[in-house]
Design a protein around this ligand. Structure first.
Ligand code: HEM
Length: 564
């Protein structure tokens, strides 16, 4: 209507011009103004980055799931400038640990990438000045089932989620996590036929199944067969199959709308939609029945906290509601804690953030141990020294320092999450350093305008030679307590992020990983499986490499498990 009126007015104002010519002229004028304002903005961001080395790009470069798949086109799609193979290289070449990264696709804000340790601490700890860029695609996409903690902004919204989510990862859940991992490990040995030794053909696939199994069993005691059968299409899928299918198609689940998945002409794609629908509907039913169960049991006995994550989440929510009722009496009708969709969203994020990260770390860890067998001997010595002839148990967890250090060292060298984006909520100043060929460092600062995005380049930070001795070397002892630099290194280690937004499942991941590694090294020696005609060097390169999917993802490789 408005458009019609505008056009009528326009045509009557220029009666001597043809309608088509007039329209073309107006469009050219609008495009010209838009391009000029874009250029002015980009120019502004170039000015903001003055004095810094620059990597320009036409695309939103920090959405990791796709950048590695694109061809390298300088200034347009500068794939090689951000290589995941050698993350520190770009800083080494430019002698600076802060870059300006103007992106034509995001003209409303400036973008920077940093690997500076002090800047990382400031960005992580000053939550009122640096928030989360929650409008970024990655955070918006993962809220498909309901808002969840990872995509909340610092402050009230994040506190509301954390208040409910954090208490559910309690001591009981940690112990259950250990027990379920041991159960998963035993199931895996049978499923992969390696009980008496043999080849695990696809380590990544096995570790993903393993951590999914742990999530399913500690999530809500779901039945989890090692080889999950496929149900007929059209049926509601059993939870293990729904979980497994959703997990296997994470990028499609996040990118493709549900209606398209459900009505797509190919049955294999429709199956993905069916898995999503089943997954959410099963979680909803479980949530409601858990509430009912806890409601009834609390009338008789409130002493035993639930030992499954869903139960603990529901208990945490119900306790927030009870607290509110006590405070407000009969008037206590205000909604507190999380809505049902947010509970589902948080269970989903536990799955998404929890099992793939842990599975990939365990895969890379086994690759490191297979190519550096001396570390297997050291781990075995620690495990035997602490557990003797008993198989490792949860009570020994806090003594297995080298096992835990090996997990940290793996994440240092193979940073699974890869980028930690932040947004300046106010104008701010960030430190950075430059250095000359002799290694003489100059400390500098840069003004960051409100609204700018700053990406913490955690893989590069973990390889910074000014922080880590011999950074490329796999050496877990750098994380041991007796090493005097260890505590300061751990405090600055960004593999689990830092500050208020640090990984909430860090301890759970540590429990799972130490349980697996302590059990497997206690029982087996691990050997890499080479391909025919492959040199030692090539084999190492192959099994230690990864690619970018949702997280840093190992390629397919096998490991021979030999019984000790
Ligand atoms: C080796 C395993 C893991 C690694 C390396 C890891 C790493 C990370 C990182 C780097 C972040 C920050 C992400 C960002 O700011 O965008 C994060 C956040 C998070 N992680 Fe993990 N994680 C691991 C395991 C887990 C597990 C097992 C769980 C759940 C049980 C979990 C749940 C979460 C949640 C809920 C957040 C969001 C926290 C918040 O925003 O307050 N993670 N993780």
């Amino acid at each position: 209507m408005i458009l019609h009126q505008l056009l009528t007015q326009l045509f009557s104002s220029y009666p001597n011009m043809g309608k088509l010519d007039l329209l073309i002229s107006v469009m050219a004028f609008v495009i010209g103004i838009a391009s000029a304002s874009l250029l002015v903005r980009v120019r502004g961001y170039l000015d903001q980055g003055k004095g810094l080395p620059t990597i320009s790009s036409f695309i939103e470069y920090f959405e990791s799931s796709y950048r590695q798949k694109l061809p390298h086109i300088p200034y347009i799609v500068p794939v090689r400038d951000y290589t995941i193979e050698k993350p520190w290289d770009k800083y080494a070449k430019s002698h600076s640990d802060l870059f300006a990264c103007p992106q034509l696709s995001t003209p409303s804000y400036a973008v920077y990438v940093t690997s500076n340790p002090q800047a990382t601490l400031i960005l992580s700890n000053q939550a009122g000045i640096f928030g989360k860029p929650v409008e970024m695609f990655r955070y918006a996409a993962i809220s498909i089932f309901g808002k969840q903690i990872t995509s909340t902004q610092n402050g009230e919204e994040h506190r509301r989620h954390k208040r409910i989510v954090e208490p559910c990862l309690n001591e009981g859940i940690m112990q259950a996590g250990w027990e379920k991992m041991v159960e998963a490990y035993d199931t895996m040995k049978v499923g992969e036929r390696i009980e008496d030794g043999g080849i695990m053909e696809d380590v990544k696939d096995c570790m993903i199944k393993l951590t999914l199994y742990v999530f399913g069993r500690s999530g809500s005691n779901f039945e989890f067969p090692w080889n999950i059968p496929k149900t007929k299409s059209g049926d509601e899928m059993p939870i293990a199959e729904a979980l497994h299918t959703v997990e296997n198609s994470m990028i499609a689940q996040l990118l493709v709308p549900l209606w398209l998945l459900r009505y797509f002409p190919l049955s294999s794609v429709r199956r993905l939609g069916q898995a999503q629908v089943s997954f959410v509907s099963l979680l909803r039913k479980l949530y409601r029945s858990k509430r009912l169960e806890l409601d009834q049991s609390s009338e008789h006995d409130s002493s035993a906290p639930p030992k499954d994550i869903l139960g603990a989440l529901v208990a945490s929510q119900m306790s927030a509601e009870r607290e509110e009722r006590l405070k407000a009496g009969e008037k206590g009708t205000r909604i507190v804690g999380l809505m049902e969709s947010e509970i589902i969203g948080n269970i989903w994020i536990f799955l998404l953030a929890g099992h793939e990260t842990t599975g990939h770390t365990l895969t890379f860890l086994q690759a490191f141990l297979a190519v550096y067998p001396e570390w297997q001997d050291k781990l075995y010595k620690e495990i035997k020294g602490i557990c003797g002839d008993e198989t490792p148990g949860y009570r020994q967890l806090n003594q297995l320092h080298l096992c835990l250090a090996a997990c940290y060292e793996t994440i240092r060298l193979k940073d699974i999450v890869m980028t930690l984006p932040k947004i300046a909520l106010k104008d701010a100043i960030l430190p950075y350093t430059t250095w000359d060929n002799q290694g003489n460092v100059t400390y500098k600062t840069h003004v960051i305008k409100k609204g700018s995005h700053i990406i913490i380049d955690s893989p590069a930070l973990s390889l910074d030679p000014f922080v880590w001795n011999d950074p490329e070397k796999f050496d877990p002892t750098r994380f041991l307590d007796e090493n005097e630099r260890a505590s300061s290194l751990i405090n600055n280690f960004a593999g689990f992020s830092l500050g208020q937004r640090q990984c909430i499942g860090k301890r759970f991941a540590e429990v799972e990983m130490v349980a697996y590694i302590a059990h497997s090294i206690y029982e087996y020696r691990l050997y890499p499986v080479s391909k025919e005609g492959e040199s030692e060097e090539e084999m190492r390169g192959r099994i230690l490499r990864g690619t970018e999917e949702l997280t840093l993802t190992p390629f397919r490789f096998g490991i021979r498990y030999e019984k000790r």
